[in-house]
Design a protein around this ligand. Structure first.
Ligand code: NAD
Length: 481
């Protein structure tokens, strides 16, 4: 673990192990925290916040420190990517790109550290001035999932640090490696002890204790909708702020006038990227009826060629499923698709490998809106194809889910693109692209996909409190009594 600027064992001396999903071999062993270790990490973060210097440091100095972290991630891309691949099962070429994206997030957040500012009013009357300050919210707890370990913590931590907060992070018990290494790099970059702390362990007791901890001021959670609800409920007990980045069942909508080559490639990428273990997965493909047969035929043809296998092979595009639990969930949905009489066009099986768990890229068509494979997050390489005849029908289908994270639309018609963008209830709409992301653009979901937004300059709002200062100049004026 990483507490108060140094490596730390757990008080109880217990340990946990991570195992490579592709090779079934132990990757690393870590101290396993309990509630007392969480308290220790929170105390370190609390002291670093209450006594400084981090929260009151010049923006320029905080910015420089974040830049230095970015430089250090950059310098360590290869080892970080390898560790990420070994613990998560994701393809190494993709892991390298994620590390580069993390560098960019830290660099962008560094620019925000110099833009934490409020507002002022000189329209309140003679001799009056009003100042609205943005102060760092305090100690932030961050709980992250296993599917994009370093990328997701980099969507939170540098932004919180830019605002002047301190942090206690609980990475997923399946993939803590790169988060711990990142914490070490923040210390190497000169960020003071106690500003960044990492505790390893399971959702309960470590995550749940963080969520209900009275010394934490804000909770930033990424994970499943079910756990997000319990985290929000626990945080509600002491009225700390919460942001939630949760699940999705994202529609990718293809109209007949679309650039078909581009849409086919993006549809395949959209669902099989990261083995489909992706909140943004385009797992619901909605295709205009007139082109559905041809479009589906082309997707099947392309999906058949995807290199699935050892994630350490640079040619691999689809790696291993994280664990047995996730595999059986995916298999359950494939069975459900068959039972509902959707048509299985491709895959549906687990590849016969000596080690690890690899699911064949799978495609169902003749899927209808009420089927579980059309409504629920599968978190695996399984595509459900539905069809529509009109724009209105496409919009109704797209919105017919409890989620609202993201949606794609493929068309050459600006009116279609605009109407879909306005009427589909999702935090991000991609027009003629899919799953692009930039540190500048806010990310988050409607409905059961979450609460609040990460990234962009708006992310500072979540990590700051507003304080109003009213200044009266000159004499008091007419006495009250
Ligand atoms: P999960 O909810 O099981 O776990 C997420 C984190 O919460 C882990 O660190 C886990 O240990 C912790 N946790 C578990 N129980 C807890 C509790 N009671 N209190 C506090 N913390 C607890 O999710 P997962 O399986 O790791 O990740 C997959 C899910 O994450 C999917 O639903 C996916 O859509 C979602 N996700 C969302 C985004 C997004 O930005 N919207 C990004 C990635 C993943």
């Amino acid at each position: 673990m990483w507490i108060n600027g140094e490596e730390s064992d757990s008080i109880g001396g217990e340990r946990m192990w991570t195992v490579s999903p592709a090779h079934d071999k132990q990757v690393a062993s870590y101290p396993l925290a309990d509630a007392a270790d969480v308290d220790r990490a929170v105390r370190a973060a609390r002291e670093a916040f209450d006594q400084g210097p981090w929260p009151s440091m010049m923006g320029r100095r905080r910015s420089r420190a974040l830049e230095q972290v970015a430089d250090l991630i950059q310098k360590n891309i290869d080892s970080l990517a390898r560790l990420e691949t070994l613990e998560s099962g994701k393809p190494i070429s993709q892991a390298v790109e994620e590390m580069k994206a993390a560098v960019d997030l830290w660099r962008y957040a560094a620019t925000l550290a110099r833009h934490v500012h409020g507002d002022s009013y000189n329209s309140l009357g003679e001799n009056k001035l009003g100042f609205v300050l943005r102060e760092p919210v305090g100690v932030v707890a961050m709980i992250t999932p296993w599917n994009f370990p370093l990328l997701i913590v980099s969507q939170k931590l540098p932004f919180a640090l830019a605002a002047g907060c301190t942090a206690v992070i609980k990475p997923s018990e399946l993939t803590p490696g790169t988060t711990l290494r990142l914490a070490e790099l923040t210390t190497e970059a000169g960020i003071p002890p106690g500003v960044v702390n990492v505790v390893n362990g399971y959702g309960s007791p470590v995550g749940s204790h963080l969520a209900s901890h009275s010394e934490i001021n804000f909770m930033s959670f990424t994970g499943s909708t079910a756990v997000g609800r319990s985290v929000a409920a626990a945080a509600g007990q002491n009225l700390k702020g919460v942001s939630l980045e949760l699940g999705g069942k994202n529609p990718n909508i293809v109209f007949a006038d679309a650039d078909m080559d581009a849409a086919v490639d993006a549809a395949v990428f959209g669902v099989y990227f990261n083995m489909g273990e992706c909140c943004n997965s385009g797992s619901r493909l909605l295709v205009e009826s007139g082109v559905a047969d041809e479009f589906t035929r082309r997707i099947v043809e392309k999906a058949r060629t995807i290199p699935v296998g050892d994630p350490l092979d640079p040619a691999t595009k689809v790696g291993a499923i994280i664990n047995e639990e996730q595999l059986s969930r995916i298999k359950g949905y494939i069975r459900s698709g068959m039972q509902c009489e959707a048509r299985l066009l491709l895959g549906g099986g687990v590849m016969p490998t000596e080690h690890g768990r690899f699911v064949e890229p799978t495609i169902f068509d003749r899927v209808t809106a009420e089927m579980p494979i059309a409504r629920e997050e599968i978190f695996g390489p399984v595509l459900s194809v539905l069809t529509f005849d009109t724009r209105a029908e496409a919009i109704a289908l797209a919105n017919d889910t409890c989620y609202g994270l993201s949606a794609g639309v493929w068309t050459r018609d600006v009116e279609t693109a605009f109407e879909i963008s306005q009427r589909v209830r999702a935090g991000t709409i991609w027009i003629n692209c899919f799953m692009d992301g930039y540190p500048e653009l806010p990310f988050g979901g409607y409905h059961d996909s979450g609460l609040g937004r990460e990234l962009g300059r708006f992310s500072l709002d979540e990590f700051t409190e507003l304080k109003t200062i009213q200044l009266h100049l000159g004499s008091r004026g007419t006495p009250w009594v």
